[in-house]
Design a protein around this ligand. Structure first.
Ligand SMILES: Nc1ncnc2c1ncn2[C@@H]1O[C@H](COP(=O)(O)OP(=O)(O)OP(=O)(O)O)[C@@H](O)[C@H]1O
Ligand SMILES: [Mg+2]
Length: 204
């Protein structure tokens, strides 16, 4: 498969109240790359993802998305329409982009042992179940640049294994995935690993 450029971050900085959270950070991501960004609590992982996903403005620097790049993101605790079912939520979220694909979404639910037709409201879901729905919404529209912030939080052993398989499948399709976590996700075969230290990425 031909490699394409997906994302280029240049001289990115984010200051909040005199505090340098992201500090002159550069990163390029190509198709088919599985990138790990490790960082301790408060190191700026979620902030970096919010800037890439364009839900937060940087103080300076640029984030360039190349042609046909669509971002899917799970950042911190995903918000849902709490008194609606998972299906109502997924329909609503994917119809914003006219991308509702019921077959794809219900297959993802089955893979993660969730019932897509459950009548239970999202606010009754367990932490792990919510996390699974959060992962699904980040990939369900066939997005090709996927940001996953602490995606394994709350997942049991079986879900972790399925998650690993899903990630490898997406990479095999030429998508790019950036995973941020504080822990070493040794079960995944990353193409590149970085540590976020003092607002900048250091290659591991
Ligand atoms: N809106 C905000 N106002 C002030 N400070 C903020 C804001 N958002 C983040 N910060 C600060 O930026 C730093 C980085 O936060 P961020 O949430 O990006 O870290 P993180 O690496 O995702 O941490 P965690 O592992 O706990 O999720 C922290 O020091 C935090 O206090
Ligand atoms: Mg975070």
């Amino acid at each position: 498969m031909e490699t394409k450029k997906m994302l280029k971050i240049e001289a990115l900085s984010k200051k909040i109240k005199q505090h340098e959270i992201i500090n002159d950070l550069n990163l390029t991501v190509d198709s088919g790359e599985l990138i790990h960004i490790m960082g301790i609590n408060g190191s700026g992982k979620s902030t970096l993802f919010k800037i890439i996903a364009n839900i937060m403005e940087p103080s300076s620097g640029t984030v360039t998305l190349f042609e046909n790049v669509e971002i899917g993101a799970l950042i911190e605790n995903p918000s849902f329409m709490e008194t609606s079912t998972a299906k109502e939520n997924m329909k609503f979220l994917s119809q914003i982009n006219h991308h509702y694909n019921e077959k794809r979404i219900s297959d993802l639910f089955s893979k993660l042992d969730l019932d897509y037709n459950s009548r239970e409201k999202i606010n009754k879901y367990s932490l792990g179940m919510r996390q699974k729905v959060g992962i699904i919404q980040a990939i369900m529209e066939n997005q090709n640049l996927i940001l996953l912030d602490e995606p394994t939080r709350g997942l049991d052993k079986k879900a972790l294994e399925t998650f690993g398989q899903m990630v490898m499948e997406l990479i095999g399709e030429g998508k790019s995935i950036i995973i941020a976590s504080h822990e070493n996700l040794s079960e995944l075969e990353f193409t590149t690993r970085y540590e976020l230290v003092e607002g900048d990425l250091q290659k591991l």
